[in-house]
Structures are given as structure tokens and as C-alpha cells.
Design a protein around this ligand. Structure first.
Ligand code: NAD
Length: 475
């Protein structure tokens, strides 16, 4: 059982009648799950008008009332977790257990923002003259246009939806056309919770056409995008033309630094599990492994054992611990990365090729002996490929880790407190996990620096992203 693929505009579910569309593919089988309708230009204009109307209603609704509706939506997400997770596995490929965690976390994010919306405090600044009262207020930024990718089909939309709604904004979401059903189910929870019509709208279409139309619309005041660096730069440019606020959560290439004093086996177990989550299609996935010489062999051995024990299969099979890649483009990308590594002297310790010819399965892969300027060490792999290389000194590894133009996440493992502090300070990224991979929670800021983008999506910063500051000097 999959789901009805529909658009949601101005409180109405719209099916394919007369609209263009595209097939949604199950990456485990390569077979079609259904046809997704595309929004026409008229549909997009209707969504814009609805969001304008929705904004007027929603910003006038108290944060307390908004929070109540949002918490109800969170409860519905939890009630429907099994169904939503099944939809997600079918269209995205990840194992059911991972999909379930994503859906539960989706509900937690709504709850966090529902509460945080009630704490969008202003402040009173003492005036210079006696009869002046100076107020700093937070106001909703306005209509939001959000664009989300296929790797976390409910988690990426909900960070934007919940942040915007908590701040009193209305929003138009263009979720991924490759994994649309999960977001349809998420939006249903908000609709069924009683969200006023027009406040949340869901559209699909040709990404470049939809984003150009929505970002160019006068009424849209804020853009939020999660996806690749090149598309992020394109959309940031469109936003800049209208001087619109933007949050850009783009790709990375996360280094992992394992110091010689860390337990190599324990570290390998922790980080390998994190590496192969969602088949490596995670923006904060660990992607470059630098291991200090003294523990290199033991770390590599244990990491490889972990990779060999990964059970590749359909995400709905109980035994599966890693599903297929989400689309055929990723298979091509993995093959290009592996071929480049081989041609540069890289050794494939395990994996390195496609598994079977049905669906988009690629083996958990470990590569060694790759130079720092190879594809795998410089381009985000976004797949289950782990390059593991040795290093000698702290300064050397910091330079290598910080050498790329990305800065989303990085990780380090050490038992020395001084090294832990120093590496946390030295790594250039928006998030650093030191002896921890828990860098994404509803309560904490999530976002990158350098070409990985700007703005944060969680924590108090994730609400601020949807508010403007207004200063009132009242005599
Ligand atoms: P892509 O660059 O074609 O697309 C990335 C995302 O942007 C997709 O969701 C796509 O639908 C959307 N998109 C593309 N063009 C757009 C446009 N003009 N307007 C609005 N949205 C647009 O790449 P892809 O093949 O889908 O994914 C591969 C790469 O994307 C990965 O290597 C990874 O770097 C990056 N990616 C990052 C994240 C993340 O969480 N930061 C998620 C998915 C993909």
C-alpha cells in the first residue's frame, strides 16, 4: 500500500486531472509506484494567493493557538508512524527501522517548534530620554517558499514547515518529486489537525520552473532550500535578485579524525554504522576518514568487518540494514568515484560495485590508498563509499580536514581531553561531533559554513530564520 499522490493548495487536495506528471519509482525494484501530478503555472499562482491569504489568518492567530494545532499534527504523525514509514521505504529505499526513526523525529521537531513559537520574545531597551519606550519585536517574515530533497522525505520538509508555522508564516513547499508520498502524508497530518486553509501548501513539478516562479513572486519573502551546492547557489542568486531572506542547507564532505589514543574498534563500530545509514545519502554522513598511524590497521579491519556484515536488501525486509540507493543517478556517481579511485592507485578493500541488476543496490565499500586530490576525497560521495587514509600529526590532519570548500559536519575521536577541545575548535564546520555523532537534534542549530550554505534549521536559530526584527521607538 503506497499513497495517493496529490497537490495540496488552499486547503484542497488536487489530483492529476489534466495535469502533467511523472512516475515515482521504487528504488528497490525499479518499478513504478504511481503517477505524481505536476502543478501548472495556474496552480502555483493559486498557491501563492492562498499563502498570502493564509499568512493574514495565521499571523493573527496567537502563538498559543498555533502551538495547539501544531502539537495535534505531531500527535497524528506519531499515530500514523507505521504507515508513513512504509510509504517512505517504498519511494526512498531506506530500511524500515530508519524510516520509523525519521517519522518519530519529525513529530518531535513539530513539538519543539510548537513550544518555541511561544517563546519568540521581544525586548524593551531603556531609552535615552525619559518619555521614550524602545521595543524590539519579532514578526513573521511572510510567505515562505521551501524546496526539499529526496534523502529525508519528511525530516527536511518538517524543519521548514514547523519553523515557518511556529513563527506565524505561511509556506509553500515543493518537496522532492522522487519521494513525494511521505511529504503528502506529513501535510495530511497538518490538514487533519485543523490548520487553516492556505497556511501550508504542497506542490510538485519541474524543480527549476517551480523554484523560479515561486522565488520570483513578490509575495514570497523567504526561501529555504536543502540540496546540492550548485542548486543552492542558483536559488541563492534568485533570492538575492529580490533581496529575499534565505536559508541554504547544502552538501558537505565530512571529515572523521580518529586519534591514536581512541579505541579503534569501538570508534569503527560507531562511525561505520553512521556511515552506512541511509546508504550514505546523508548531508552530514562521515565521508573522509583520517586515522592516526598507530591505530590505522585495527580501525580499518573492524570498519571493513562492519561493512561486510551490512545486509543489503529491500527496506521492507526485516533483515535489511541498508537499502538501495535512492535513484539511478547515485549508482552512476558511485561507479565514477570508484573508477577514479582505482585509476589513482586506490585499493578496494570491500564492495566497489553494483549488486544485482534490479533496483539501485550498491555494495558497502571501503577504499584505501587514495590521494587527497582524488574524486572521493574532494567531492561529496552521497553514497556508501568510505575512503580510509592514515595521518601522522594533529596539525597535518587539521590542514587536510579543513582543505575543502565545504563545512557542514565533522567528527573526531580521542580519549584525551585537551585534544578533544583543540580539535573541536580547529575543525571548520557548522557542526562538530567529538566522541559523538549526535549532531542533529530538534533543539540544536543545524547548518553549514563555507559552500555548505548559511542559516540554521534547528534550535532557537531555526525559529529566528522565519522572523524579522522590528524596532519601535515610542514617544
Ligand atoms: P541535484 O543537484 O539535481 O538536486 C538536489 C535537490 O535539488 C533535489 O531535491 C532536486 O529536486 C532539487 N533541485 C534541483 N534543481 C532545482 C531547482 N532549479 N530548483 C529547486 N530545486 C531543485 O542533485 P541530486 O542528483 O538530486 O542529488 C545529488 C547531490 O545533491 C548529492 O551529491 C548531494 O551533494 C546533494 N544533496 C544534498 C542533500 C542535503 O541534504 N544537503 C540532499 C540531497 C542531495
Amino acid at each position: 500500500m503506497y499513497t495517493d499522490l496529490q497537490l495540496y493548495i488552499d486547503g484542497e487536495w488536487l489530483n492529476g486531472a489534466g495535469r502533467k506528471g511523472e512516475e515515482v519509482i521504487n528504488p528497490a525494484s525499479g518499478k513504478s509506484l504511481g503517477t505524481l501530478p505536476h502543478a501548472s503555472k495556474a496552480d502555483l499562482d493559486r498557491a501563492l494567493a492562498a499563502a498570502d491569504k493564509g499568512l493574514a489568518v495565521w499571523r493573527a492567530t496567537s502563538a498559543y493557538e498555533r502551538g495547539k494545532i501544531m502539537r495535534k499534527a505531531a500527535d497524528l504523525v506519531r499515530e500514523r508512524v507505521e504507515h508513513i514509514a512504509r510509504v517512505m521505504v517504498q519511494e526512498q529505499g531506506k530500511p524500515f527501522a530508519e524510516a520509523r526513526i525519521e517519522v518519530v523525529t519529525t513529530a518531535d521537531i513539530i513539538d519543539w517548534f510548537a513550544e518555541e513559537g511561544r517563546r519568540a520574545y521581544g525586548r524593551i531597551v531603556p531609552g535615552r530620554a525619559k518619555n521614550i519606550r524602545q521595543l524590539v519585536l519579532q514578526e513573521p517574515v511572510g510567505v515562505v517558499a521551501a524546496f526539499t530533497p529526496w534523502n529525508f522525505p519528511t525530516l527536511t520538509p518538517v524543519r521548514k514547515i514547523a519553523g515557518a508555522l511556529a513563527a506565524g508564516c505561511s509556506i509553500i513547499v515543493k518537496a522532492s518529486e522522487e519521494t513525494p508520498g511521505s511529504c503528502v502524508e506529513l501535510v495530511k497530518c497538518f490538514a487533519d489537525a485543523g490548520l487553516p486553509q492556505g497556511v501550508l501548501n504542497l506542490v510538485f513539478g519541474v524543480p527549476a520552473e517551480v523554484s523560479e516562479h515561486l522565488i520570483g513572486a513578490d509575495s514570497v519573502k523567504k526561501i529555504s532550500f536543502t540540496g546540492s551546492v550548485p542548486v543552492g547557489k542558483l536559488l541563492a542568486g534568485l533570492a538575492a535578485k529580490g533581496m529575499k531572506r534565505a536559508t541554504m542547507e547544502l552538501g558537505g564532505h565530512s571529515p572523521v579524525v580518529v586519534f591514536g589514543d581512541a579505541d579503534p574498534e569501538k570508534t569503527a563500530d560507531t562511525i561505520a554504522a553512521f556511515k552506512y545509514r541511509n546508504a550514505g545519502q546523508v548531508c552530514i554522513s562521515p565521508t573522509r576518514f583520517y586515522v592516526q598511524e598507530g591505530v590505522y590497521d585495527r580501525f580499518l579491519k573492524r570498519f571493513t568487518e562492519f561493512a561486510n556484515n551490512v545486509k543489503l536488501g529491500d527496506g521492507l525486509d526485516k533483515d535489511t540494514t541498508m537499502g538501495p540507493l535512492a535513484n539511478a543517478r547515485r549508482l552512476d556517481a558511485m561507479e565514477a568515484i570508484v573508477n577514479d579511485a582505482k585509476s589513482r592507485g586506490g585499493k578496494i578493500v570491500t564492495g566497489g560495485k553494483r549488486r544485482g541488476n534490479q533496483g539501485y543496490f550498491f555494495e558497502p565499500t571501503v577504499i584505501t590508498d587514495v590521494p587527497d586530490d582524488s574524486k572521493i576525497m574532494t567531492e561529496e560521495p552521497f553514497g556508501p563509499v568510505a575512503p580510509i587514509v592514515p595521518f601522522k600529526s594533529f596539525d597535518e590532519v587539521v590542514e587536510r580536514a579543513n582543505s575543502l570548500p565545504f563545512g557542514l559536519a565533522s567528527y573526531a575521536f580521542t580519549t584525551n581531553t585537551q585534544t578533544a577541545t583543540m580539535i573541536g575548535d580547529a575543525l571548520q564546520s557548522g557542526m562538530v561531533g567529538v566522541n559523538s555523532v549526535a549532531i542533529s537534534t530538534p533543539e540544536t542549530p543545524f547548518g553549514g559554513i563555507k559552500e555548505s550554505g548559511y542559516g540554521s534549521e534547528g534550535g532557537i536559530e531555526g525559529l529566528e530564520a522565519y522572523t524579522n526584527r522590528k524596532f519601535i521607538s515610542q514617544g
